[in-house]
Design a protein around this ligand. Structure first.
Ligand code: OKP
Ligand code: ZN
Length: 346
């Protein structure tokens, strides 16, 4: 599953480490993956369908969806012309401590800091369309699995797992995996697991399902004591209410290698087996790679293939959705290896 519409999201730079950097999350990422899978010859490509906004608004605040649709244009009216739109003031709840909750501001600059939590996720002219296409890719992949395919892969760009119910950031606008998991759980009356193997904790996915018993969230990630997104991902976050026990976190030390990662993945798979879902959604980040420019784990392409194999061995119908991975030149081969481990014969 792949859509050229991802190219409409193409930030010029991101404000990171107190300076403007060349964006790490760039259109070539998806192109490298697509061409590696096409060159392999054994992957069947399917065009995505249009799923509309309803499945998105089932997990996201409709106000966030509306904001993302219009914010770039509104910002141009107020402050343009600019290529990228980045917040410069954040609506920290502490500012109104003791005074009651804030209301959404009306000024577009203020609303950027209301709906976005950080500075590395610019809006561009085509961001909304690209983010919508990423959800369409994810839902089309999920639909194949819902209709009997054992595996499908959605080449999602932009990624999704940092986007929470009412806030975007971390290169993510709509939470593709959460939209898919919620859609499958509701439409099939099914139990669904989101298994997140991206280097970064899937804070958005965890938040969206934290109190739900029908969707399990299991994540392996660089320990958020040292790694983005910092505030979530600890082992004592286990879910609440109906969701008590349906969240599991596996924080990893720097330079975790293939064998140690696979040991933790085996423990994560035990939690999935205990939940016994009808379907699994994998948030596939390949930024655990040893040569990733913004992360510190030490996985190799052989390790990725072993991970795919281990996930397949659980035996559940599985939708794999692309999240991060910034070693752009090796990204296509790494995705191909992970998916080859998952489904050796296609
Ligand atoms: C997205 B995904 C830290 C800046 C962090 C955002 C990273 C988002 C990663 N200095 N910028 O999980 O791969
Ligand atoms: Zn990541």
């Amino acid at each position: 599953m792949f859509s050229l519409r991802h190219q409409a999201h193409h930030p010029q730079r991101e404000f990171e480490s107190s300076g403007f950097q060349e964006p790490f999350e760039r259109p070539e990422r998806a192109e490298f993956i697509r061409s590696a899978l096409a060159a392999d010859g054994s992957f069947e490509f399917v065009a995505p369908e249009d799923w509309g906004v309803a499945p998105i608004e089932a997990v996201h605040d409709p106000g966030l969806v509306h904001f993302l649709e219009h914010a770039w244009e509104e910002y141009q009216q107020a402050h343009g012309p600019t290529h990228d739109v980045i917040p410069d003031v954040f609506a920290m709840p502490q500012l109104r401590e003791g005074m009651g909750a804030a209301r959404e501001p009306s000024d577009v600059s203020a609303r950027l800091g209301w709906w976005c939590f950080e500075t590395t996720t610019p809006l561009t002219h085509g961001t909304y369309d690209a983010a919508r296409s990423s959800v369409d890719v994810a839902l089309t992949a999920a639909d194949l699995v819902a209709n009997g395919e054992r595996f499908a892969y959605g080449l999602c760009r932009p990624p999704g797992h940092h986007a929470a119910r009412s806030v975007y950031g971390g290169y993510c606008f709509f939470n593709n995996a959460a939209v898919v998991a919620d859609h499958l759980a509701r439409t099939l009356d099914a139990k669904v697991t989101v298994l997140d193997v991206d280097y970064h904790h899937g804070n958005g996915t965890q938040q969206i399902f934290y109190s739900r018993g029908d969707v399990q969230f299991v994540s392996l990630h660089g320990d958020t004591e040292r790694a983005y997104p910092y505030l979530t991902g600890h082992v004592d976050e286990r879910g609440t209410g109906d969701g008590a026990g349906t969240t599991s976190n596996f924080p990893l030390a720097a330079h975790t290698d293939d064998d140690t990662f696979l040991d933790h993945l085996a423990a994560a798979c035990d939690d999935v087996d205990s939940f016994d879902p009808d379907l699994v959604v994998v948030s596939l980040g390949l930024d655990t790679y040893f040569d990733d420019p913004i992360c510190d784990l030490d996985l190799t392409a052989d390790g990725f293939e072993a991970c795919g194999r281990m996930v397949a061995q659980m035996g559940f119908p599985t939708v794999v959705l692309q999240e991060g991975g910034y070693a752009t030149a090796e990204l296509g081969e790494n995705a191909r290896r992970w998916l080859t481990g998952l489904a050796p014969t296609r």
